[in-house]
Design a binder for this molecule. Structure first.
Ligand SMILES: Nc1nc2c(ncn2[C@@H]2O[C@H](COP(=O)(O)OP(=O)(O)OP(=O)(O)O)[C@@H](O)[C@H]2O)c(=O)[nH]1
Ligand SMILES: [Mg+2]
Length: 243
């Protein structure tokens, strides 16, 4: 029996969520576990623990145990303890903060060093690009992300804890991948939740290639008649720093 089959029969899985401060780790977990989100930033101290019961297939309940680690713990001494018997590691960055993406290489190196000798069960490492509702402020280019993902053979998702976009489907796919359970199209569809974005009137959401949504800028929508104004709006949409 494989390690993941064994975990599946035990119905237990440990997921550790890592990444810089303020990238949205706690809110990603809260969105998945309680469908909750907080605008107010309350930094995690040390680590917090959450549990979610879910099922991947009929009669197969699993318990997901989350360890939500503070971004400050990269410099701390507790990571080894938090990563003990981990099954899935999620590295989170904020798509609008290049520094938070840049630091993933360091987080990954530390994780690799810690779990290297810990071979009793299979590990899966995923990267979540969070705050996709702020696509217009994106500062991490997609080719940078793709290069990092391919180089280290990781799994990649773009999510928004704020709107809930891709949160359920990312976790379901990740768990199914870990347990080697094929998901039917119907099950995948079921996970795709209704968007909960707070929309400004006259501000439609359009999809982008990467699966994130982005708000069309207000100017961009209301000034179609005037070509010059329209061009200005497009420029301002593209004016975020891309590294
Ligand atoms: N716009 C937007 N804001 C978000 C999103 N996710 C989190 N935030 C905000 O980002 C801030 C930080 O979120 P947290 O979940 O506390 O971040 P964290 O990674 O747990 O931070 P530490 O606990 O300090 O390591 C909060 O003000 C959240 O409201 C998101 O998807 N979109
Ligand atoms: Mg936190």
């Amino acid at each position: 029996m494989s390690d993941s089959e064994d975990d599946f029969n035990n119905n237990q899985i440990k997921v550790v969520v890592l990444g810089e401060q303020n990238v949205g780790k706690t809110n990603i977990i809260k969105r998945y576990c309680y469908d909750d989100f907080s605008r107010i930033y309350v930094p995690t101290v040390g680590a917090d623990f959450f549990i979610k019961r879910t099922s991947l297939s009929k009669n197969k309940e699993i318990t997901v145990r989350f360890t939500d680690v503070s971004g400050l713990e990269l410099a701390g001494h507790m990571l080894k303890t938090y990563l003990f018997q981990v099954n899935i590691v999620i590295l989170v960055y904020d798509i609008t903060e290049y520094k938070s993406f840049d630091s993933l290489a360091i987080w990954l190196r530390v994780v690799d060093q810690i779990i290297e000798n810990n071979t009793e069960s299979q590990k899966l490492i995923a990267v979540f690009g969070n705050k996709c509702d702020l696509e217009h402020k994106r500062s991490v280019r997609l080719d940078k992300t793709n290069h990092f993902i391919n180089e280290h053979q990781l799994v990649n998702y773009f999510v928004s804890a704020k709107t809930g976009e891709n949160i359920n489907s990312a976790f379901t796919e990740l768990l199914a991948r870990y347990f080697n359970v094929p998901l039917t199209r119907l099950e995948k569809e079921k996970q795709k939740m209704v968007m909960k974005a707070e929309l400004i009137p006259n501000t439609p959401v359009i999809s982008t290639k990467n699966g994130c949504s982005k708000m069309k800028m207000k100017n961009n929508v209301n000034t179609v008649k005037n070509k010059n104004k329209k061009n200005n709006a497009v420029r301002s949409e593209n004016s975020c720093t891309v590294q």
